[in-house]
Write a protein of this length. Structure first.
Length: 168
């Protein structure tokens, strides 16, 4: 009789554990794959945490190595260093990454005026003024990640325009 009682408790315990496991919330599966990047809208160059959190949600964030923030002298800016990208068209991908990431950073970090991107064998410097001229639109008008990303992707289709942005 005692064995039946122990087996019953074990079975009941197993069922409880399985039930609770099935009801558990798995954050990786239930939340959006990224936070709302626009929660950092209005960040400033001096806010290291916000800048790093923004970079962590941008394209090729897994290749991001370091950021150096220029906060002592105006115009304020930053330098980002990336490991090499493992993609077929590296040059094109570097330019598109620089444009996309600069767009989000300039939109969200209000006092950033320039960004230098250091890739494996290539360096690109983009200024807020030049990027807004490239778009013919004020970056402060955007209010969501989806809207801004769609706008950037539309602009990247024109390869000659993209190349022109990097002509000194």
């Amino acid at each position: 009789m005692e064995v039946k009682r122990i087996a019953g408790y074990l079975l009941f315990s197993l069922l409880i554990v399985l039930f609770l496991d099935g009801c558990a919330i798995n954050n990786d599966e239930t939340k959006d794959s990224s936070e709302d990047i626009f929660q950092y809208n209005g960040a400033v160059i001096g806010d290291n945490s916000a800048v790093i959190n923004i970079i962590g949600q941008l394209p090729h964030n897994e290749k991001f190595k370091e950021v150096s923030l220029e906060t002592k002298n105006k115009p304020y800016g930053m330098s980002l260093t990336y490991d090499s990208l493992d993609v077929p068209e590296v040059g094109k991908e570097y330019k598109e990454t620089a444009i996309t990431n600069a767009t989000f950073l300039f939109t969200l970090v209000k006092n950033a005026e320039w960004i230098t991107f250091h890739f494996e064998n290539q360096t690109y410097k983009i200024t807020r003024f030049k990027l807004q001229d490239f778009y013919s639109k004020d970056l402060n008008e955007f209010t969501s990640q989806t809207e801004l990303n769609a706008f950037v992707q539309e602009q990247l289709v024109n390869e000659s325009k993209v190349s022109q942005l990097f002509v000194q």
